[in-house]
Design a binder for this molecule. Structure first.
Ligand SMILES: Cc1cc2nc3c(=O)[nH]c(=O)nc-3n(C[C@H](O)[C@H](O)[C@H](O)COP(=O)(O)OP(=O)(O)OC[C@H]3O[C@@H](n4cnc5c(N)ncnc54)[C@H](O)[C@@H]3O)c2cc1C
Length: 387
């Protein structure tokens, strides 16, 4: 039984792929794996470019544990099935007067998958999706269902790549439903860089894509509005809508991606060096570089943990070689203090990662306590954690 991720960069042959129908069935699968010494990995929608879900053991999909379990609009909280696709969550939340504070570039991921790698969108004051998790229900390595909301547990659990258990439901802190006004503009890249600080400060969401073949920037801003939903037909690059209908994009072409989270102050200089390197050494690459901002959070393994962050994402076409290009640009991103996105291609292992995260050892101790047999570890996670 073959499995491959979204881009096709990871393929494996799990002994079994299962989609349990309820939490008890998830627990049963984990207990069976524990008694047979089988490795267990969980997959969301397989949008990660790294081998996080690769396994020769049991691959579990939580697709059937989906939907809003309960909510409290006044408190801004909802408990949501871990397998819920983000694109299937927006409307049910809107019906309850609620919304997620932000989304990433797409909304095809499963909630637990997006949480597990620290998936983020853009916006100086907006932290990654995992930062909104206030409680976790999971099946642990012994096959027991546990509910965890202790702050230190959450700092380990929020970004843990499925290494601490199988999430079955997540409670999220949400915000009242809101509408956004989107504007897209194209400028010469130097003009974009000249106004970068202002754009980041003055907009709820700001990002730009540098288009190497034109050396221009496509800038996108999103801001809160009370105006009604509208396509703004007289203004082709603007529209207004409810947040879940506006934030995410549709990405149909397959691509490979590497992304590093940098200290915000290093962002502009790092981008300039990446741009120079690409123009000098990789002039054939036409895929854009994406520049975004993320607010800090306190998850121990969050790439945006503890610092205002700029993320730079490098792309290559899904049908072209990417490794040499990524490895070359990766040196620039590392030199500027970058931390790799867990779900996007990078070349790092524990020896370098351990120096990037002040609470690295606390995370490893928690992992050892929660899964002493390494039931949820695959070769890639062993490499990341140095186990
Ligand atoms: C086109 C595209 C656009 C993207 N845009 C962005 C973006 O804007 N911002 C960004 O930060 N990232 C982005 N990413 C990366 C993507 O958001 C992450 O890789 C995300 O983790 C993928 O979610 P998924 O549901 O596919 O999870 P998977 O890739 O299937 O899994 C990710 C991790 O979550 C774990 N996991 C999944 N379900 C569970 C569960 N129930 N319990 C415990 N662990 C679980 C898995 O074991 C794995 O470690 C993008 C990727 C693509 C391909």
């Amino acid at each position: 039984m073959r499995w491959s991720n979204w881009s096709g960069s990871v393929e494996c042959e799990p002994a079994r792929i299962e989609a349990p129908g309820d939490e008890a069935a998830v627990a049963q699968r984990v207990r069976e794996a524990a008694s047979s010494g089988d490795e267990v990995r969980v997959v969301g929608t397989g949008h990660s470019g790294t081998p996080l879900c690769e396994t020769s053991g049991t691959l579990l999909s939580l697709d059937r544990l989906a939907g809003v379990e309960s909510h409290d609009t006044g408190a801004g909280l909802a408990t949501i099935g871990a397998g819920t696709k983000l694109c299937d969550l927006g409307d049910p939340l809107l019906e309850r007067g609620l919304a997620m504070a932000n989304l990433g570039d797409i909304d095809k991921q499963a909630l637990a998958g997006a949480v597990g790698t620290g998936t983020h969108g853009t916006g100086r004051t907006l932290a990654n999706i995992s930062s909104s998790v206030t409680a976790v229900r999971l099946v642990d390595a012994a096959g027991d269902v546990r509910e965890l909301d202790d702050p230190d547990d959450l700092r380990a659990l929020r970004v843990c790549m499925g290494a601490l258990g199988v999430f079955t439901a997540l409670t999220l802190r949400l915000v009242p439903a809101y509408r956004l006004h989107e504007r897209i503009r194209r400028l010469p890249i130097e003009d974009c860089l000249d106004r970068l600080d202002d754009e980041i400060r003055d907009n709820r969401h700001f990002e730009f894509f540098w288009l190497p073949f034109k050396d221009s920037a496509e800038m996108k801003t999103l801001n809160l509005t009370d105006e009604p939903v509208s396509e703004l037909a007289d203004r082709p690059y603007e529209r207004i809508g409810w947040s879940p209908h506006i934030i995410a994009s549709q990405r149909d072409d397959k691509f490979f991606e590497m992304e590093y989270a940098l200290p915000a102050e290093a962002g502009p200089a790092c981008f300039r060096e990446v741009r120079l390197r690409m123009r000098e050494r990789h002039p054939d690459v036409v895929w854009p570089v994406e520049y975004r901002t993320v607010a800090p959070d306190d998850a121990w393994l969050s790439p945006a943990g503890g610092r205002d962050t700029v993320t730079l994402s490098i792309h290559q076409d899904g049908s072209l070689p990417y490794r040499a290009f990524f490895e070359d640009v990766e040196q620039v991103l590392l030199a500027h203090g970058g931390r790799p996105h867990w779900g996007k291609i990078h070349s790092l292992g524990a020896d370098r990662l351990c120096r990037m995260y002040p609470d690295w050892d606390r995370f490893l101790a928690t992992r050892e306590r929660m899964d002493p047999q390494g039931r949820f570890l695959n070769p890639h996670l062993r490499l990341l954690f140095g186990i």
